[in-house]
Design a protein around this ligand. Sequence first.
Ligand SMILES: Nc1ncnc2c1ncn2[C@@H]1O[C@H](COP(=O)(O)OP(=O)(O)OP(=O)(O)O)[C@@H](O)[C@H]1O
Ligand SMILES: [Mg+2]
Length: 339
Amino acid sequence: MPSASATPASAATPAVEVRGVVKRYGAVEALRGIDLTVNTGEMFALLGPNGAGKTTLFSILATLRAPTEGGARVLGHDVVAERDAVRRAMGIVFQEPAIEQRLSGRDNLLLMGLLYGLPTAAARRRADEILGQLGLAEAADRPAKTLSGGQRRKLELARALVTDPKILFLDEATLGLDVDARRGFWGHVRGLAAAGCTVFFTTHYMEEAEVADRIALIDQGRIVALDTPRALKARLGGGVIRLKTDDDTRARAWLVEKNFTPEAEAGAELMLLHADPAAVLPELLRHLPVKVLRAEVKEPSLEDVFLKLTGRKLAGDEAPAALGAGGAPGGGRGKGGRP
Ligand SMILES: Nc1ncnc2c1ncn2[C@@H]1O[C@H](COP(=O)(O)OP(=O)(O)OP(=O)(O)O)[C@@H](O)[C@H]1O
Ligand SMILES: [Mg+2]
């Protein structure tokens, strides 16, 4: 990395630059050499399964942990040597609640503004402005603990916006929310990105990652692919056939014999990539020596891309608790993301 100067970020400076970052926790190598660049104003997703290293990279960029090797710059500032400059420019939303549950929405934001040195009147103005922008006016005078899960998550976002950050870091910011609440949350974040704020977020939900301009797929501490959602899916070429039969083992053996290559670990069904799935499916249905219970042809998803690249599924089979209405935030997943 170039020397840690206090050069201000210009339009030409990438919002995030990560070079050769390795992070070890004792014997655990959580990051194994990460390189990536995020452009100013870009919405960038880090997508990967539990334990891939997402929170670790997020924490390094947000100056909460230091890399073991390599370095990173945020808005031109070194995350270790110029930690305070990075902190002044960033907003951060953790998976775990950071808002004070007993305080009202407005007081939470006011407190944040005062902590960052805004004069009281300005902090109050800013608080009401943001509550309005995020559709949280009714949360202004209510204790945070009385808000819905979705409102509370938006209040976390509001808190991160008080200081008008140039870059937002979000770590699994919508875990535990239902689909509608997530959509509302990401709608606001997209608006911020459109207004020029760079957004770096982690998720292990592919449908969340799809809102990003570019996605880095991370697995076991390495970036396995980095591109736009469309280009990532185009890598598979063609489409996907999914089959459920009354004897998948026999079906798989038959497919292999006929020179189809079913993916190894597609869960409780068979998955085939094919250049022209709609053309080949009728042939399969006619000739497979087993009873086909369900057959589906679809566009490749990011899940399929991940499976193809790593041989593993993106979302562990234990994960869906987080999607269910009222699912406990955190879902019992071990977190190591707090400073
Ligand atoms: N403080 C720590 N001490 C030891 N090991 C850690 C620590 N924090 C994380 N790890 C390990 O580093 C690896 C990456 O963890 P990390 O929290 O970055 O993953 P993640 O992608 O955020 O996972 P999740 O989706 O579950 O949040 C895991 O093997 C984890 O057990
Ligand atoms: Mg994590």
